[in-house]
Write a protein that binds this ligand. Structure first.
Ligand code: UD1
Ligand code: MG
Length: 415
């Protein structure tokens, strides 16, 4: 197996998104687009990825700070995709392996497609291989031009296509694998001879063909995976496709999703076997749900929530940064935030943790087998000991618990 590096292009300004934020930080099902592309590289065994950043580079770096396998490369001016790759020259000029080049705005990428690309490249001993897709509506994408024998000749960008070329439905999703040395030689020769006067990476392929090297195009990208997100509309389309994938995988793992179209589950969520997700449930952030739980309808689970097994959450129940042990029930209109809730606790209708006093957020710790009556307000920081019974409508503070001889310790610092 050849040594393999990856370059991900993520420097663009994205005028079509009409955004002040770097495009690749826009989220698809809770994760920035770039995260999916990085994952795909890791899954095919790439150990070092060069991410080209420019517009608001610091923001992108900050979001992915701490990933040791990423090397950031700055493209000061966004002169085009070929120029962006050429910005990695210092880092890659002596590299004798193969280089994957991908775009940070293609979150629907699947590692399986990259594996096909790599296998084809090696089997054909090509200098460059790209994976293509066939789309019913190829608007906006670079078109793959082949000769009468089906050999790849080059890519023409949508804005440079003649009427005949516009009819081509085979497009470039920007999944490339290059012999690194051939790539960098060819990049030097790219000229901005096009409508947008940019240095196009797509021109590298015809350039490589012209110097007698073998370039292969393999139609390996499913149409739903080919999307490059250039607009808010495409961002929402990509999110829909990703949501379907997330739910599909959960269902394969034994989770019932009663109404997939009316359920939203974050890409980072984990859900156990035989849990049922009722309609209008919204799960956002890093959330873990155990087995045999029943969630919703109309439940809202937020970042940092960990639910063990047999938990029941009903209508208008919001959970944030809390852990709920086995058998906890909160069936109606509750807010549990920054809390640790013990086994078999029943949280009555309309009961809440008052976790914020206007200045700081504090924790609530509810022991095992507690009964919290309806409409209780639990003022944090608060510790309620095992087996406590809180009457309906009670406002519970640590002082009132202490007066009753309850647990005196407060656990503000404990998570
Ligand atoms: C590009 C391809 C097109 C393909 C499509 C697939 C080129 C010239 N065109 O078009 O053939 O069908 O992707 O989605 O490559 N970027 C930089 N620096 C730059 C310019 C762009 O880093 O100077 C980055 C962008 O941030 C983005 C990626 O490269 O992540 C692609 O750029 P974008 O402007 O989205 O290209 P497309 O028009 O989508
Ligand atoms: Mg794009």
């Amino acid at each position: 197996m050849a040594d393999r590096a990856a370059v991900i292009l993520a420097a663009g300004i994205s005028s079509r998104m009409n955004t002040m934020m770097p495009k690749v930080l826009h989220e698809v099902c809770g994760r920035p687009m770039l995260a999916y592309v990085l994952d795909a590289c890791r899954q095919v065994g790439v150990r070092k990825t060069y991410v080209v950043v420019g517009f608001s580079a610091e923001q992108v770096k900050e979001r992915f700070g701490g990933s040791a396998d990423i090397e950031w490369v700055i493209q000061e001016k966004q002169l085009g995709t070929a120029h962006a790759v050429l910005c990695c020259k210092e880092q890659l000029k002596d590299f004798r392996g193969e280089t994957l080049v991908l775009c940070g705005d293609g979150p629907l990428i699947r590692s399986l497609t990259l594996t096909t690309l790599i296998e084809k490249h090696e089997a054909e001993q090509a200098a460059a291989t790209l994976a293509t897709a066939v789309l019913d509506d190829p608007t906006g994408y670079g078109r793959i031009v082949r000769d009468a024998y089906g050999n790849m000749q080059g890519i023409v960008e949508h804005s440079d296509c003649t009427k005949e070329l516009l009819a081509i439905k085979e497009v470039n999703p920007s999944y490339y694998l290059f012999n690194n040395q051939v790539l960098f030689e060819a990049l030097e020769r790219v000229k901005p001879d096009n409508v947008k006067q940019e240095y196009y990476l797509t021109d590298v392929l015809s350039g490589i063909i012209r110097t007698g090297h073998k370039v292969v195009a393999v139609t390996a990208v499913r149409s739903e995976e080919a999307m490059g997100v250039n607009s808010r509309r495409q961002l929402s389309d990509a999110s829909k496709i990703m949501q379907r994938r997330i739910q599909q995988e959960l269902m394969e793992n034994g989770v019932t999703i009663v109404d997939p179209d009316n359920t939203w589950i974050d890409a980072r969520a984990k859900i156990g076997q035989d849990t049922v997700i009722e309609p209008f449930t919204y799960i956002h952030g890093v959330v873990e749900i155990g087995q045999n739980c029943r969630i919703g309808p109309f439940a809202y689970l937020r970042d940092g929530s960990v639910l063990k097994n047999d938990v029941v959450l009903g209508v208008y129940t919001e959970i944030k940064n809390s852990s709920l042990a086995d058998g906890v029930r909160a069936r109606h209109h509750s807010y549990i935030g920054d809390a640790t809730v013990g086994r078999n606790v029943n949280v009555g209708a309309g009961s809440i943790t008052a976790n914020y006093d206007g200045q700081k957020v504090s924790r609530t710790n509810i022991g095992n087998d507690c009964y919290i009556g309806s409409g209780a307000i639990l003022i944090a920081p608060l510790v309620i000991k095992d087996g406590s019974h809180i009457a309906a409508g009670t406002v519970v503070s640590q002082e009132s618990v202490n007066e009753l001889g309850g647990e005196a310790k407060s656990d503000v610092s404990e998570r």
